[in-house]
Ligand binder design. Sequence first.
Ligand SMILES: Nc1ncnc2c1ncn2[C@@H]1O[C@H](COP(=O)(O)OP(=O)(O)OP(=O)(O)O)[C@@H](O)[C@H]1O
Ligand SMILES: Nc1ncnc2c1ncn2[C@@H]1O[C@H](COP(=O)(O)OP(=O)(O)OP(=O)(O)O)[C@@H](O)[C@H]1O
Ligand SMILES: [Mg+2]
Ligand SMILES: [Mg+2]
Lengths: 227, 227
Amino acid sequence: VAEFRGVERVYRMGNQEVRALDHIDLVFRKGEYWSIIGPSGSGKSTMLNVLGCLDRPSKGLYELGGEDTGLLDDDALSELRSRRLGFIFQSYNLIPQLNVLDNIMVPLLYQSNPPKDGEERARHLAGRVGLQDRLDHRPRELSGGQMQRVAIARALVNDPDMILADEATGNLDSQTSREILNLFDELHKEGKTIVFVTHEAIVSERAERVLVMGDGRVCEIRETAKE
Amino acid sequence: VAEFRGVERVYRMGNQEVRALDHIDLVFRKGEYWSIIGPSGSGKSTMLNVLGCLDRPSKGLYELGGEDTGLLDDDALSELRSRRLGFIFQSYNLIPQLNVLDNIMVPLLYQSNPPKDGEERARHLAGRVGLQDRLDHRPRELSGGQMQRVAIARALVNDPDMILADEATGNLDSQTSREILNLFDELHKEGKTIVFVTHEAIVSERAERVLVMGDGRVCEIRETAKE
Ligand SMILES: Nc1ncnc2c1ncn2[C@@H]1O[C@H](COP(=O)(O)OP(=O)(O)OP(=O)(O)O)[C@@H](O)[C@H]1O
Ligand SMILES: Nc1ncnc2c1ncn2[C@@H]1O[C@H](COP(=O)(O)OP(=O)(O)OP(=O)(O)O)[C@@H](O)[C@H]1O
Ligand SMILES: [Mg+2]
Ligand SMILES: [Mg+2]
């Protein structure tokens, strides 16, 4: 369970203030399937970053699994993240010096007890996202959509409980997008909590709940027709 | 006029070969309005890079404005590019140390005779893409879609004859996308040649001609219903 209470995220630029998140009260429960949609600059990535403990609120409370994240130091937050969360970044954040397979396996390095079948999992996931013939390529030897798919596979290699995806299909053709969304559907059926940001209304309807953002606030929450 | 004759772009990876472009015969004429669509990894960015003189064919001939680009050295190619082309990259390529306004003005630095009203043009374009309140932000202080819009404004500041856009609306909500495509429509009416890559079929229909790629080849060329 992830709970936002009165959360604000404010950036000070000189004498100006940017309210990236403005009075957010929200609960995400275990096993739910959310999409987040809204105009460019409305706070979707900021919302996802706070949800994923990559950023802290300037005001208000963010509780994850009953713990007040404001009371955890950066190391504890980082530990919480690597165990429980898989994050797909809007700008991928791949390591330029590593090939596809090693990039996918990076989260395994953070674990104190990495699973023995880590490489096998990575190869399997690379296959699931269609990159089996690109395992030895570096990021700069990949197309935009291929880089996006490395980021997706990497987020899943630790078998996280919660998957946070920021525009995970933004650079994918409709066929490949559909395959990625089918993969999210499967993971959801396995009991995982999924929250993905998208700018495409069609894609947002694949979730069970849609959160519409505007100017750093929650404008609307609705349930989709999906059973 | 940009003409591809028997163009190939092959990457050698160890003993394997990746055919990013495979036997391309194609003509883009002045003032035309094209979209390029196709699966992830099918060669769209490679096609655009060769078209924009950012990459050279491994085989075959690419002629731009009657000149065989194979006979031009890198400096001459770079000169040709900065005068005539505006390029919007799939990964934006903004300069981290510069703010939005300066990033938009970068192409003016490459000109031997920069127009006096360069800064005014940059401010106007920032307004056209909705970034008038972000002029002083650095790229890392922007949302994904805001960074994309800086890349769009920058490609237009030199008033180029030909605009090449690689997924220019990939991170934009539908409203902002529509505004960018309206801007492309206007530029086309002014006589500019526009070629944009998109993974969204709806967006591809905004052009007059659609080029469908697959596995490095031209699968189909069709005209849209748009008059
Ligand atoms: N430097 C490189 N070395 C080896 N292979 C490369 C290199 N750059 C690109 N490729 C390969 O060339 C193919 C075409 O790449 P390209 O970037 O043109 O695809 P694309 O159609 O733009 O894909 P996307 O929709 O995912 O952006 C891909 O399969 C990619 O892996
Ligand atoms: N470090 C920062 N300093 C100042 N302002 C920032 C910073 N980071 C983000 N912002 C601003 O906060 C707002 C929300 O950003 P956010 O990245 O959450 O938007 P978004 O909804 O994800 O947009 P997009 O759809 O374009 O990705 C934007 O207006 C942005 O300019
Ligand atoms: Mg974002
Ligand atoms: Mg591409």
